[in-house]
Design a binder for this molecule. Sequence first.
Ligand code: IPE
Ligand code: IPE
Ligand code: MG
Length: 246
Amino acid sequence: MIEQINLQNVPQHVAIIMDGNGRWAKQQGLDRLFGHSQGVESVRDTLKTARELGIKYLTLYAFSTENWNRPKSEIDGLMDLLIEAVTHELMELNNNGVRLLTIGDLNALPENCQKSLSDAIQKTSNNKDITLVLALNYSSQSEITSAIKNIIADNNSGKITIDEINPELIDTYLYTKDIPDPELLIRTSGERRVSNFLLWQIAYAEFHFTSVFWPDFRRQHLLEAIIDFQQRERRFGMTSDQINKA
Ligand code: IPE
Ligand code: IPE
Ligand code: MG
C-alpha cells in the first residue's frame, strides 16, 4: 500500500482522536481498561509508521477535560496506563528520535503522572525525527479562553496593542505555539465529531473518519488515511483552476 503514497506530499502534522477503546473491549466482553491498554499498541504502531513516512508531528488526543466526568476507576486506570507507557517507552522514544511534547493543562493530572511526563519531555528534547504531542486534560475551548485572558492581560500591561492582535499573534498564545497546524485530522470508531479538539488549529485540516476502533488501528489504517488525504484538492478558498495552474 505504501507504493500508493506520494512521499513528497505527506502531511507534516497528523492529529488523531483515538476513539473506541471502550466499545472495542465491550465487544469482547472485557473491561474498558483492556481497550485502553490495547490502544497503547496502536500508538506504538502508528508512531512507527508516521516516522517512516516522514510525518514530523503526530498529535494524539489521549484525555480530554470532559473525560474527568468518567467513573473514577476508569480515570485512575488511564492515568496509571499513561505513567506506565511513558516510563516503559522512554528508551524506545530515544532510540527512534522521538521528541515528546504535551498540550493541555497538566496541572490537574496526578503528581506522579506530571513527573514521568516532564522527565520524558526533558530526556527526549533533543530528538529530531518526529514530535509526538500528547493532548492530556486538553480542551480547545479552555485553551482559547486562556489565550484571550493572557492577551487582555498583555494589552493591559502595555505589552501589546489591540492593533497587533491578529491570527498569527493568537497562535502564539496557544499550547501549540511552536507546532504547525495539522493538515490531517483522523477520528476512529465511526464517530464524526471534533469533541473540543484543536478547534482553532484545524481551520483548514482535512478530516478522515474510519469505523475502526482505536485498539485495532494499525499501519494500514494510517496509510489509508494518508492516501485519502492525498486525493483531496486543498483549495484554501481558491478555485480548482487557480490551484491547478500553480
Ligand atoms: C478513547 O476511547 C479513549 C479515551 C477517550 C480516553 P473511549 O474510551 O472513548 O472508547 P468508547 O468511545 O467509549 O468506545
Ligand atoms: C474524545 O473522545 C477524547 C479522546 C479521544 C481522548 P471521547 O470518547 O471522550 O469523545 P465523546 O465524548 O464521544 O465526544
Ligand atoms: Mg469515546
